[in-house]
Write a protein that binds this ligand. Structure first.
Ligand SMILES: C[S@@+](CC[C@H](N)C(=O)[O-])C[C@H]1O[C@@H](n2cnc3c(N)ncnc32)[C@H](O)[C@@H]1O
Ligand SMILES: [Zn+2]
Length: 202
């Protein structure tokens, strides 16, 4: 039978848990700086080899119900104050990781349409690895993998030549193109109609 913990023991356990998490979140391969993509970003402090493990994305493991509750709280905050950063990372169909901890450096990695990193999920842990060789001073980025259904809410400013204009999972780019075309189509039809209604010169 497990022993009932006193308040002090519970506090000590909680502190140990966060200390461990803090240790896991540290990395000498990168640091936080202002980003030209958005707000703050994470930059390489030395040359990083392809596949090398860069940093762990740490956070609190939460179920989908709690995740949705937190995301809604965040959305309300965003509507009021314009602070739209959400740090919830999908682990699997049951769980997410809420990385909203001030010392979780990896939470500040921005999205890119031509990323140099990739998140590897190992059990309930998330590690950021290099997708290719990364030069010192280069900004780290990965594909946020956002669903195409929310494309209009997330314009992309990654600045890459391959930028698709919105933060959408690369797997869904063809669907994104279709949706963009469908949105453009009525406008194109309208301008065609107005052109055909031009007054003829006498
Ligand atoms: C988890 S935060 C990343 C850190 C963020 N730069 C910051 O300073 O808090 C995710 C938010 O950053 C912004 N962001 C990340 N990548 C972006 C990109 N490629 N283009 C535009 N905004 C981006 C979006 O507002 C997104 O919701
Ligand atoms: Zn982009």
């Amino acid at each position: 039978m497990s022993k009932k913990l006193s308040k002090a023991e519970k506090q000590a356990k909680y502190i140990r848990k966060f200390k461990k998490m803090w240790e896991r979140s540290q990395s000498e391969l990168c640091e936080v700086r202002n980003s030209s993509i958005h707000g703050r970003g994470v930059y390489a402090t030395r040359l990083i080899k392809k596949d090398e493990k860069i940093i762990e994305y740490v956070g609190e493991l939460i179920d989908k119900e709690e995740s949705e509750r937190r995301a809604n709280v965040q959305a309300e905050k965003a509507a009021k104050h314009g602070d739209a950063a959400v740090y919830i990372f999908t682990i699997d169909e049951e769980y997410d990781l809420d990385g909203n901890l001030p010392w979780n450096t990896a939470r500040l990695i921005n999205h890119s349409c031509d990323p140099n990193c990739q998140a590897w999920i190992d059990g309930n842990r998330i590690f950021i690895h290099a997708l290719k060789q990364i030069k010192i001073e280069e900004e780290l980025s990965f594909d946020y993998g956002f669903d195409v259904d929310t494309w209009e809410d997330h314009p992309c400013r990654c600045g890459k030549q391959a930028c698709v204009g919105h933060i959408v999972s690369r797997d869904q780019w063809s669907e994104l193109h279709k949706r963009k075309q469908a949105k453009k189509a009525p406008a194109a039809k309208k301008s065609h109609q107005s052109a055909s209604r031009k007054p003829t010169t006498k």
